[in-house]
Design a protein around this ligand. Structure first.
Ligand code: NI
Ligand code: MN
Length: 225
């Protein structure tokens, strides 16, 4: 499986017939949709309603017909924008998708959808635990450190994508604690750089991680796992 990073919290998991985007914040991050190979995009997972995560979900879904997965409030919002191929879940719920089982996990954060001057209610923010291509992948979404993460230790997670930028989410110190709780085999930092208040160097995180492989991906970089 190929994991491609598009900056911030946007990842594509490419497993041949299955191509999954998580939090596809692209154009706002200077990445044009035309520049991506999304012809066979099959699924989009959205962790919460903030624009740097909901991102280009609507355009990508309308272009590709990919199944969009999120909480029920965000799915209802997306349906009002014309999306038909959707699946709503709630925290602790899991579902067997065509590629494998996915569990929605807790996140400590907000989820409002900003539309003009309005803030629409976006339900609870979340993370996802995905079984795909024989691997267990955890995308934490935007979250603070929580003791709930200790529950993930039993999952034997192969790769954990964790926010490290601080201010809006865990910082490096808290992400290190999260690794102690989760005990993943590998970790990929996310939610840093390019925005005010989270402009930190992921290498400062990587050098402090012990006993777990850290994969620092820069924008548009990929890794085969
Ligand atoms: Ni957020
Ligand atoms: Mn965010």
């Amino acid at each position: 499986m190929k994991i491609s990073y598009y900056g911030h919290s946007a990842f594509m998991l490419d497993e041949g017939k299955i191509k999954i985007f998580i939090d596809p914040y692209l154009r706002g991050n200077g990445i044009e949709l035309d520049a991506l190979d999304i012809s066979n995009l099959s699924h989009i997972f959205v962790t919460h309603g903030h624009s740097d995560h909901l991102g280009d979900t609507i355009e990508l879904a309308l272009k590709t017909g990919a199944l969009v997965v999120s909480n029920a409030e965000i799915i209802r919002y997306l349906k009002s924008k014309g999306l038909e191929n959707t699946h709503s879940m709630y925290i602790s719920g899991s579902w067997e998708f065509t590629f494998g089982r996915v569990k929605m996990t807790t996140a400590l954060h907000g989820s409002g959808i900003y539309e003009g001057d309005l803030i629409l209610y976006g339900g609870n923010p979340c993370g996802y635990l995905l079984n795909v291509g024989g691997k267990k992948i955890y995308h934490a979404g935007d979250t603070g450190l929580s003791y709930e993460m200790k529950l993930l230790e039993d999952e034997n997670i192969d790769i954990a994508m964790l926010p490290i930028g601080g201010n809006y989410t865990m910082d490096i110190d808290d992400a290190l604690k999260a690794i102690e709780f989760i005990k993943p085999k590998k970790v990929i930092p996310m939610h840093f750089l390019k925005k005010p208040l989270i402009d930190i160097d992921p290498c400062d995180f990587a050098v402090r991680v012990k006993e777990v492989d850290t994969i620092v991906l820069r924008e548009k970089e990929s890794v085969e796992i």
